[in-house]
Design a binder for this molecule. Structure first.
Ligand code: NAG
Ligand code: NAG
Ligand code: NAG
Ligand code: NAG
Ligand code: NAG
Ligand code: NAG
Ligand code: NAG
Ligand code: NAG
Ligand code: NAG
Length: 452
């Protein structure tokens, strides 16, 4: 039985698409967005919006007061136009933080206004420096039902000082993020602008049901390792309808670091990412890893425009990570002015300490990329697996890149491609069987190989 290649692909992708229905549906879940029955303004707590007065206590007192509304339908904290300087503060459950048009929450650039907290258990230490880390500007710990929104109000992380301290080696603890939720669920972040983050802009970790939409994230090009949105050991995450221009990766999926991430064992899964405009002059539009020790799976990415970036789509890992990156479906991507369109490497990333297990090899498999176009691309693909753990089932279809040098660089990888220009390396033209659904699939394994 010989089947035309196009038909084989159609079948393969319909299997993947049916299979992908799970994470495809994440963005369709809607949150109950009843207005909160109570609302107070930060002015009622003595805040001054002149950009000079420090309002940390006003925010802390307001949140403390609003805690008592948790069992009464929750409450809204309203932030009127003005520049509201503050150090870090906690949120509470059943809360809406609403930033009016013209309201800017300005992060204090004085490290003494930021608490220092323990590292995340899945990282075992601060990411930039061993030991503790600064708590984020806005924190949610073990919360449920929190909305941060507004009529395009702004969080300004005033990160320049932090970038300078990182680069000059004068930081005492790892840099803070703008928003971090830990072990929380039912979180919505929308209609906001984020500027100049010290480190990550939005970091949900150990969270479920997180919906981020209509955000604009901008950070100066020379901000070192600043990430846009980084879902980390979290599930049921939707990120959509947003623009992210940052120094490093615009979107970065993670799940813990080496032995700490393996032991914590919480994957990032059921993630749906769509309709984003991304730019990352020194990083990737979207990246997986390099910290992925808890596993990353069941991710659907579609309708991205990635421009002016070092890398379009990146998969990064290394020995010692363990974990996996699998069942990732990426489609309908427009790339322009990107040095390397598709990058995957099993030799990227450092270790938290020297206690990592060299035999903990990461598994990278079942990655499908389809309907990708690119203008002004340097290298089409640079894919380097690990000798003892090659990347497998890397499946490419309908990919057309205008490259400056028509090349794919491949090693220790296998997969299949159809209708891809420039023509990929032979490793990616091996056997179509590698690109069909799991063992149970009717076109799985040898049957498909024979029909080829
Ligand atoms: C903020 O939350 C953390 C963790 O739940 C807690 O340890 C800390 O005391 C809280 N800070 C304030 C000011 O409430
Ligand atoms: C939100 O505000 C930023 C500037 O703070 C502006 O660049 C952006 O266009 C605004 N977005 C919307 C949807 O109005
Ligand atoms: C680091 O700590 C030292 C000693 O406490 C202090 O002088 C310095 O200002 C701190 N640096 C930063 C960037 O916080
Ligand atoms: C976000 O803004 C749009 C209008 O720009 C509005 O329709 C929508 O309800 C807002 N979302 C939230 C959660 O406030
Ligand atoms: C894509 O996102 C933009 C905001 O960045 C929004 O204006 C547009 O309506 C979205 N497109 C679709 C098809 O939802
Ligand atoms: C792939 O991911 C989807 C959800 O995105 C899930 O429904 C499906 O079962 C996964 N397939 C495999 C083979 O794990
Ligand atoms: C292919 O991607 C483009 C955007 O890059 C999109 O407009 C088009 O609908 C996609 N086609 C299919 C068949 O998904
Ligand atoms: C491919 O990526 C590796 C890093 O994994 C890098 O060392 C190498 O220079 C890249 N090759 C090309 C041709 O860009
Ligand atoms: C695969 O990786 C091993 C170990 O890193 C290396 O020695 C070998 O040359 C690689 N294979 C190819 C085909 O590049």
């Amino acid at each position: 039985m010989k089947m035309p290649v196009a038909l084989v692909w159609l079948l393969a992708f319909s299997i993947l698409l049916i299979g992908g229905e799970g994470s495809n549906a994440v963005c369709k879940e809607s949150f109950k967005l009843d207005p909160r029955p109570h609302s107070v303004s930060i002015l009622e707590f003595g805040a001054v919006g002149d950009g000079k007065a420090l309002n940390t206590l006003a925010f802390q007192n307001a949140i403390f007061y609003l805690k008592s509304f948790a069992d009464k339908g929750g409450a809204q904290l309203y932030v009127p136009p003005g520049k509201w300087l503050t150090g870090s503060f906690n949120l509470t459950s059943h809360l809406t933080l609403f930033l009016e048009k013209g309201a800017t929450i300005l992060a204090s650039p004085d490290p003494s206004h930021w608490d220092v907290v323990s590292p995340l258990p899945s990282y075992g230490r601060g990411v930039e420096l061993p030991g503790k880390r600064y708590r984020s500007l806005i924190n949610g710990d073990n919360l449920i039902d929190v909305i941060i929104t507004g009529d395009n109000g702004t969080f300004d992380g005033q990160g320049a000082a932090w970038w300078e301290w990182l680069e000059s080696g004068s930081l005492n603890y790892s840099r803070p993020h703008i928003i971090e939720f830990v072990s929380s669920k039912n979180i919505l972040i929308s209609n906001l602008t984020f500027l100049n983050a010290p480190s990550i802009n939005i970091h949900p970790v150990y969270c479920s049901h997180v919906h981020i939409h209509k955000v604009l994230i901008e950070t100066s090009v020379d901000s070192p390792y600043v990430l846009g949105v980084s879902p980390d050991s979290s599930d049921n995450v939707c990120l959509e309808d947003s623009t992210i221009n940052v120094g490093h990766d615009a979107v970065s999926l993670k799940s813990g670091w080496d032995q700490y991430g393996i032991n914590y064992g919480r994957p990032t899964t059921a993630v749906h990412i769509r309709n984003l405009s991304l730019k990352s002059p020194t990083g990737a539009g979207i990246s997986f890893g390099s910290e992925m020790s808890g596993g990353i799976s069941d991710v659907t990415v579609e309708h991205l425009n990635i421009h002016g970036s070092l890398v379009g789509i990146a998969f990064r890992t290394t020995r010692g990570r363990g974990g996996y990156i699998r069942n990732i479906t990426i489609s309908s991507i427009d790339l322009s002015s990107v040095d390397t369109a598709i990058f995957a490497s099993g030799h990227i990333g450092s270790h938290p300490d020297d206690k990592f297990d060299r035999d903990a090899l990461p598994v990278v498999t079942h990655i499908s990329m389809r309907n990708i176009t690119g203008q002004d691309i340097g290298l089409a693909g640079n894919i380097t697996g690990i000798g003892e753990a090659p990347f497998t089932s890397i499946c490419l279809a309908d990919i057309h890149l205008q490259t400056r040098s028509d090349s794919w660089v491949c090693s220790n990888v296998s997969g299949f491609s159809d209708d891809v220009t420039p023509e990929p390396c032979s490793e990616l033209m091996s056997s179509p069987s590698s690109c069909f659904g799991g063992g149970g699939s009717i076109y799985g394994g040898d049957a498909a190989a024979q029909s080829w």
